[in-house]
Write a protein that binds this ligand. Structure first.
Ligand code: DGL
Length: 264
């Protein structure tokens, strides 16, 4: 069996490209289409109803583009909308959630930090997972308010971002966390700054690789893998604002990826 249809990936903006990278790396023969809903970013401060509505809009666009599987490369959209999406569509849908479990299991200090959006931290799905794995752990949850906006405007390495991170990390450092969970797909782009600001030895965990492995497993179990490249499998990226920041973050020019503005 060989299915050459694309994998569809969406996020509230450019951040989900951190997940796309892992998928592309693990499954280089698969064609991918990425939707960056930057016009509506950030999702993290919107109501659940609005997040569901936006997630449906993005999913339908990807299905229109003939995608065989959808990856919700956004923790906020996953934790607020994935149930609705899975019950509305037959196409397999994979989501991303903060990696609380590995952090809680590995923490020797019994103190972990979770940096995520308000939408993720207040969701039912997050509360359930957290309850399951962190009973004996001090969990410092911090809303990353403002971070998505800075990354969306191309300022991921700026002084402004560094100063904001300093404030957000302070309660975690004070609580002597030994694991920091990145609960938003935008945040892996902050790893260089985070490494600078966190005390030595604090491990940073995100969920990108796990999502890529899950994508491979589902494609394989459902006989949806693409085993041979026929024609064009160059990754395609679409955004509903000026594509400059998206192009820069994925190094589109150097790599020859297709980036375009589209109304969706
Ligand atoms: N990348 C999204 C996430 O993983 C950011 C959400 C937002 O736009 O606030 O949660």
């Amino acid at each position: 069996m060989n299915d050459s249809r694309p994998i569809g990936i969406f996020d509230s903006g450019v951040g989900g490209t951190s997940i796309w990278k892992e998928i592309h790396h693990l499954l280089p023969l698969e064609k991918t289409i990425y939707l960056s809903d930057s016009r509506n970013a950030p999702y993290g401060i919107k109501t659940q109803e609005k997040i569901i509505q936006l997630s449906i809009k993005n999913t339908e666009k990807l299905l229109e583009m003939n995608c065989k599987l959808i990856v919700v490369a956004c923790n906020t959209a996953t934790t607020n909308a994935i149930k609705v999406l899975r019950s509305a569509y037959k196409t397999p849908i994979i989501g991303i959630e903060p990696a609380i479990k590995p952090a809680a299991l590995r923490s020797t200090n019994k103190a972990i930090g979770i940096l995520a959006t308000r939408g993720t931290l207040t969701s039912q799905l997050f509360a359930q997972t957290s309850e399951l794995y962190t009973r004996d752990i001090n969990v410092i949850e911090v809303e990353g308010n403002g971070l998505v906006e800075l990354i969306e405007s191309g300022k991921k390495e700026s002084e402004e971002t560094k100063n904001l991170l300093r404030v957000l990390l302070a309660p975690m450092i004070q609580a002597k966390i030994d694991y920091l969970v990145l609960g938003c797909s935008h945040y892996p782009y902050l790893i260089p700054l985070l490494k600078n600001l966190l005390p030595e030895g604090v491990q940073i965990i995100d969920s990108g690789e796990a999502v890529a492995r899950q994508t491979k497993a589902i494609l394989s179990n459902s006989s949806l893998l693409n085993n041979t490249v026929k024609g064009n499998n160059i990754p395609e990226f679409y955004t509903n604002i000026d594509p400059q920041v998206l192009s820069d973050i994925i190094l589109a020019k150097e790599k020859g990826y297709k980036v375009a503005e589209m109304n969706f």
